[in-house]
Design a protein around this ligand. Sequence first.
Ligand code: PLP
Length: 398
Amino acid sequence: MLVPTDYQAFEETFGANNYKPLDVVLARGEGVWLWDVEGKRYLDCLAGYSAVSQGHCHPRIKQALIAQAGRLTLTSRAFRNDQLGPFFEELCALTRSHKVLPMNSGAEAVETAIKTVRKWGYEVKGVPADQAEVIVCADNFHGRTIAIVGFSTDPANRQGFGPFAPGFKVVPFGDAAAFEAAITPNTVAFLVEPIQGEAGVIIPPAGYLRRVRDICSKRGVVLILDEIQTGLGRTGKLLAEEHEGIEADLTLIGKALSGGFYPVSAVLSNSEVMGVLKPGEHGSTFGGNPLACAVARMALKVLVDEGMIKNSATLGAYFLDQLRRLGGFKEARGRGLMIGLDLDPAWGGGRRFCELMLERGVLCKETHGHTIRLSPPLVVTKTEIDWVLEQIAAVLRS
Ligand SMILES: *Cc1c(COP(=O)(O)O)cnc(C)c1O
């Protein structure tokens, strides 16, 4: 039988070195809980970077996956399948969208949106050929493809990977005036996260998205909200845009769209922008396959049926309030169950904090050195949050 150090040695010997995981080898999951190969239990406060919002191995999503896997898994979009239409219809009804373009990873949804707004710029807005500009924010995270890392401002994401695609301009996050000043006649879109996730759960000033929405409408710029992390209940609303009562022109979702079972992403759009794509101009072998659609349909259904969005709002507010009462760190901020905890720089670093939490049976992950992201599955209970708070208190005291 393999022991934990064997799994680690295999990964390190044969795997590319592009991750530095905590030393825990997980073998099973159920709801908010995970078990390692030796049977020790952990409460998952990362939830696959928000992909497992519905909880690990949710029984109804699992059933949908198994049933569909026994019927039909992939047709390609050369033919129609009986899951795609219902998936589109249900997703549009839920999100009040007109059109859906299904992809697999989040990065593919971002790439799809960029292609779409460039084409819209040339065909509808009248931008001269190859002059389209997309404005993005400093400290963004939109994925790992060449185009996307090319407009990242994090040296670790981009250094050594050039040359990059032109046509992107970076402005500070949370500054609507800076965004407006950067617009030119060739600006086709503004791509922004409602709350910056990987940057450390950075919440923009109140009213920012509403101002950005107004500026985009006035200046003929497509507003693309990357809700791959903030979407589908994570912040206590179905989409984070609802906190400011706005609607994006394009909305990107992924991660929790499949409840962690399978990579499924989508671009949601109004008809005008998506209307520029014609047959043969964009696609994906796996995008919109019947297995993905069946899984996503059930992942959305349980999110709504089982009250997970409301739970995220209520317990997220409770978690944040209790953290602030606890003290012992620099700052806690969040919306719903998307919470960032800034440790004091003197504390010894986020990695150390996560290692001590691991010993106490809680899985979490640091981002950018001193910030801990707390984003448990949306099915977490108050008792479980109280228990996590006890472990945080004990680690902060140590
Ligand atoms: C995770 C994430 C992505 C990329 O998704 P992948 O599935 O890893 O390609 C894009 N944008 C945001 C905001 C994300 O959090």
